[in-house]
Design a protein around this ligand. Structure first.
Ligand code: HEC
Ligand code: HEC
Length: 500
């Protein structure tokens, strides 16, 4: 004790010596951090390419008559050369299709626009029969109808409804008289909001289009106010989408009146209590702010703001850059995912054991036991294997139910054992080919997805016509701002000309 007091230094050194490996580690961490900071600084400041581009240049536009070749834009001459190089006849349009080159025409863009605004997304079996999106919306259809009638034919950018009764969702109750801004855009003289069908189906436009103050459609502008979490939570079987958040149906806190099923290994398993599970999931969904949405069934709670879809030369897409393969630099793969891996809730069961650690039978059972349409629910008093109930009894033809308008990608196997690929996580491709004249999405392989790509690539952000903007332009403050933007290296991430 005494010695230590007299010679504290040796004490300190002894302690230091004793933990030398820890110190060595600390020094390493320090050096690596310094190196990281230097590297990031160097990367941020050495992007001279950005400094040279004119920050205020107009956005490029997609040229008509050109071809998309897996994200590369080819002039007609280049495309014809490529086709000839592959030993095909450049005078035959089919040759271009065979090599995967998509001709960008006015007609294709118009078809894409039609599909984007008017074609419902998802399979009816899953979204309406089991999940019950339309049934949920119906709960407040009187309120929506009254609000639209109150517009007296005028347009609105945010339809506000007044509850005519108490509304309970999850553990929250909204009393009668509560005013809820739905975010719905209603055009002049219309009785249904943009992107909605009267039966509860939705299209891309419900999230990816807006209205200007004077009631003009702004295609590609996100609906930043959309009460999509409310409509999802209102659905009677919202928990069928449990894989989108971090919910495990077998978590003991949901134990209760769940049905017992036989899982893939032949074991008896009790599913979660449908009421408890639904309530907990509704609460989680209602926590998501309006204008945001959880699009991937990856078991991760990572909701995102609905983005704009001014997509030309703006790849990689999505907040995490996934799907960067295939036609239009990945854009067609995303359009495909919206119809398939994102919304086809059942197809995710194929891989649920690997991706979520949840047995596929537990997945399907949880999905079905509280189905919106009662006849689809698991039977009373019998213990079944949910996939056998699904494909043996209630939906014997998967192509008409789970796979509506979707086909397995050649080479991925047979449903429900498809292998995922970078282009499609569930092995499925939205590619209806009914040939019916009324089916606007029907066409050759990937037609609808490519048409929507060509359409979204044709969109440009509307010009800012406000007086404030004119003033800023005239007083040169826009130019000064661009200089600050450049100096502060904002453009290393927010890349011109779109800055997303
Ligand atoms: C319920 C709202 C909703 C609907 C309906 C919807 N989307 Fe999206 N979309 C989103 C959200 C949210 C994201 C962002 C997801 C992310 O980054 O993870 C997104 C991202 C995108 C992107 C990427 C944009 C970029 O620049 O990164 C494209 C393209 C897209 N959607 C196209 C479509 C198409 C085509 C449809 C219809 C077939 C559609 N979406 C339907 C909500 C929606
Ligand atoms: C290291 C990359 C990076 C740099 C550098 C950067 N940003 Fe960002 N910025 C982002 C990301 C990522 C987001 C999206 C964050 C989110 O949505 O949660 C964002 C979001 C924004 C937004 C909100 C956009 C919206 O639609 O909500 C603005 C505005 C913005 N940044 C401006 C700037 C400015 C100005 C600078 C320079 C001073 C800058 N940023 C520098 C990465 C960056």
């Amino acid at each position: 004790m005494k010695q230590k007091k007299n010679n504290p230094k040796t004490g300190v050194f002894r302690v230091l010596y004793g933990s030398k490996s820890k110190i060595f580690l600390l020094i390493c961490v320090f050096l690596i951090s310094v190196f990281g900071i230097l590297l990031s600084n160097w990367l941020m400041t050495s992007q001279t390419a950005f400094a040279k581009t004119d920050l205020l240049q107009p956005a490029p536009t997609q040229p008509l008559g050109y071809y998309d070749y897996f994200g590369k834009l080819l002039s007609p001459q280049e495309a014809s050369q490529l086709v000839a190089n592959k030993g095909l006849n450049p005078n035959n349009p089919i040759s271009y299709q065979r090599i995967g080159a998509v001709k960008i025409t006015k007609e294709l863009i118009a078809q894409g626009e039609d599909i984007f605004f008017n074609r419902k997304i998802s399979d009816t079996f899953g979204l309406q029969g089991v999940f019950g999106l339309g049934q949920g919306t119906n709960i407040i259809s009187d309120e929506i109808g009254a609000a639209i009638a109150n517009l007296r034919g005028q347009s609105t950018t945010n339809l506000k409804i007044t509850l005519q009764k108490d509304l309970t969702i999850g553990s929250r109750t909204f009393p009668k008289g509560t005013v809820i801004p739905t975010g719905f855009k209603v055009q002049k003289g219309q009785v249904v909001a943009l992107g909605n069908a009267p039966n509860g189906d939705i299209t891309c436009a419900v999230c990816h289009a807006s209205l200007s103050k004077d009631g003009k459609i702004l295609a590609g502008v996100p609906n930043g106010e959309l009460a999509i979490p409310l409509f999802i939570a209102l659905s009677p079987n919202t928990a069928a989408g449990f894989a989108r958040l971090n919910f495990n149906p077998l978590d003991p806190q949901y134990k209760g009146n769940g049905k017992t099923i036989i899982d893939s290994k032949g074991n008896k398993v009790q599913l979660p209590d449908p009421e408890k599970f639904e309530k907990a999931f509704d609460d989680a969904v209602l926590d998501v702010p309006f204008g945001n949405f959880e699009s991937s069934p990856d078991g991760i709670r990572d909701t995102t703001q609905i983005p704009s879809v001014f997509t030309f030369k703006d790849h990689p897409y999505l907040s995490d850059g996934q799907f960067a393969v295939g036609p239009f630099a990945g854009l067609s793969a995303i359009n495909n995912a919206v119809h398939s891996s994102e919304i086809n809730l059942l197809a995710a069961a194929q891989l649920s054991a690997d991706t979520l650690g949840i047995d596929p039978e537990v997945y399907i059972g949880t999905f079905l036991q509280n189905a919106a349409v009662k006849s689809l629910r698991l039977p009373e008093g019998v213990i079944v294997k949910p996939s056998e109930w699904l494909r043996g009894v209630i939906a014997p033809n998967p192509t008409q139910a789970e796979l509506e308008d979707q086909i397995p990608v050649p080479g991925t196997g047979t449903y429900p054992n498809l292998r995922p690929s970078l282009f499609t996580y569930n092995g499925l491709v939205f590619s209806p080919n009914t040939g019916k004249p009324g089916d606007i999405a029907s066409g050759p392989f990937l037609f609808a997805n490519n048409a929507m790509s060509a359409f979204q690539n044709s969109l440009v952000p509307p010009a800012n016509q406000t007086s404030e903007n004119w003033q800023a332009l005239n007083s040169n403050s826009v130019k000064r701002g661009a200089k600050v933007f450049e100096k502060a290296n904002c453009a290393t991430c927010h890349i011109p000309p779109f800055y997303y």
